[in-house]
Design a protein around this ligand. Structure first.
Ligand code: ADP
Ligand code: AMP
Length: 219
């Protein structure tokens, strides 16, 4: 049976960081909606140009655009065994759309880790985040520095600071999370899928807790 895991948590909680570990452990493709938008922007596709307007303001890309992008991705062959979703769904309408898509594939969301971190910590994490140009691997100047400053350990590409990690945009992104994404915690709690994780601990500790809880939930 395929396994679908949804990673919930505010921007900067550590979803992308933990996704790298989880996707290896469970051999699942890591699907980051934000990374797909950024890749489209890099290639200057129509989708990328449209998404940019929203991303620059720290707002969400409209549901219909985001849902059809994810549907296309989930229909690719590597997702037959399931997927690890990071940053999607982000609104109740997206959660409903995901549920419908998976139902069509005779599958369902199996587990939803919710990574909890205080707002103060989020701001510090986003301010120090460095992202790799080639693959989107994530570092932090203090908590997870690369071996050589400015260079990705994994593929040698340049590291950059995301435009939307600027303090002004970050504030709006966190507000948008509170207003539009937080209701999903209750949605998945009621569905019996939610796994609460304390995201304030070190990257390794959070990773160990997550893997242990996920093994129990999905294996
Ligand atoms: P998200 O995908 O949820 O937006 P990221 O995984 O990109 O978050 O993490 C945001 C920043 O915080 C990155 O710079 C990352 O290296 C750092 N980070 C992630 N998890 C932790 C942690 N547990 N402790 C300290 N820093 C962390
Ligand atoms: P992220 O990489 O998850 O921090 O996302 C970066 C930006 O991409 C967000 O601030 C949104 O503008 C956009 N985005 C990512 N995922 C979604 C989504 N599920 N729905 C709408 N917009 C999204």
């Amino acid at each position: 049976m395929p396994i679908y895991i949804v990673l919930l948590g505010p921007p900067g909680a550590g979803k992308g960081t933990q996704a790298q570990i989880i996707s290896k452990t469970f051999d699942l493709p890591h699907i980051s909606s934000g990374a797909i938008f950024r890749d489209n922007l890099k290639r200057k596709t129509q989708l990328g140009m449209l998404a940019k307007e929203y991303m620059d303001r720290g707002e969400l890309v409209p549901d219909d655009v985001t849902n059809s992008m994810i549907r296309n991705r989930l229909e690719q062959e590597d997702c037959a065994k399931g997927a690890l979703l990071d940053g999607y769904p982000r609104t109740p309408a997206q959660a409903q759309a995901l549920s419908d898509m998976l139902q069509e594939m005779h599958a369902k969301v199996n587990a939803v880790p919710n990574i909890k971190v205080s707002e103060e910590v989020l701001i510090e994490r986003l301010a120090g985040r460095w992202t790799c140009r080639a693959e989107g691997h994530v570092y932090h100047e203090k908590y997870n520095p690369p071996r050589t400053p400015g260079i990705c350990d994994l593929d040698g590409s340049e590291l950059y600071q995301r435009d939307d990690d600027k303090a002004e945009t970050v504030k709006n992104r966190i507000q948008v999370y509170f207003q539009q994404t937080m209701p999903l915690i209750d949605y998945y709690r009621q569905a019996g899928n939610l796994i609460e994780v304390d995201g304030a601990k070190s990257i390794d500790q959070v990773g160990e807790e997550l893997i242990a809880a996920l093994r129990k939930a999905v294996l």
